[in-house]
Design a binder for this molecule. Structure first.
Ligand SMILES: Cc1cc2nc3c(=O)[nH]c(=O)nc-3n(C[C@H](O)[C@H](O)[C@H](O)COP(=O)(O)O)c2cc1C
Length: 176
């Protein structure tokens, strides 16, 4: 089990981060949010009090994300990282396309205690592939800080994360 000190460290990294970060407790029924940082609240327009304790699917409203949701459930069940794109809605009802990064945190390999989620809004202010790579760089640094990757995230796996995200975004752009 993660001790309080480690949890507080994650909270401190979340508070300071410029990228949207959320932490979900995988041991609780419904996999609720236990942390949501200021960048996530800014992106979605919700307050912390409105979101903590909820499963993050509340952002989907009635959108048909069937295939993507199945992909997420499979990754969560296997305890492995994933990147997906989902249609979400802000508190004011406005839609956005969310490039979601999921990373296991704590626990055992294949059975993490938590999952970290990072949300990146696609399609605003010409936020193209370059902006996505900037996001993955920052996310990689935060993952190293909280110890979600052994020691420092290897350069190779950083690049791999950036490349996977860029490929996903290019495919998404070509479908629009
Ligand atoms: C850490 C974490 C962050 C998540 N963030 C989002 C999110 O920002 N938007 C979203 O639509 N779903 C998000 N999800 C996915 C949903 O919580 C849920 O796992 C997904 O919809 C699949 O489950 P379901 O088919 O039971 O809804 C997140 C999941 C986790 C574990």
């Amino acid at each position: 089990m993660m001790d309080q000190k480690q949890f507080d460290k994650i909270r401190a990294v979340f508070e300071r981060s410029g990228v949207a970060l959320t932490l979900v407790d995988m041991s609780l029924p419904e996999q609720p949010l236990v942390l949501a940082n200021p960048a996530f609240l800014g992106l979605t327009g919700y307050t912390e009090g409105q979101v903590l304790g909820l499963n993050c699917r509340f952002l989907q409203c009635d959108d048909d994300n069937t295939a993507t949701r199945a992909e997420i459930r499979a990754a969560l069940a296997a305890g492995r990282e994933a990147q997906v794109i989902l249609r979400n809605h802000r508190a004011d009802g406005s839609p956005f396309d969310n490039l979601l990064f999921l990373h296991p945190v704590g626990g055992r390999p294949g059975a993490p205690e938590y999952f970290l989620g990072s949300q990146f809004e696609l399609g605003h202010c010409k936020a193209g592939v370059g902006a996505v790579i900037g996001h993955t760089d920052q996310l990689s640094r935060e993952l190293s800080r909280i110890g979600a990757v052994s020691e420092h995230m290897e350069m190779g796996s950083r690049r791999q994360l950036a490349e996977m995200a860029a490929a996903l975004v290019r495919a998404w752009e070509s479908r629009r």
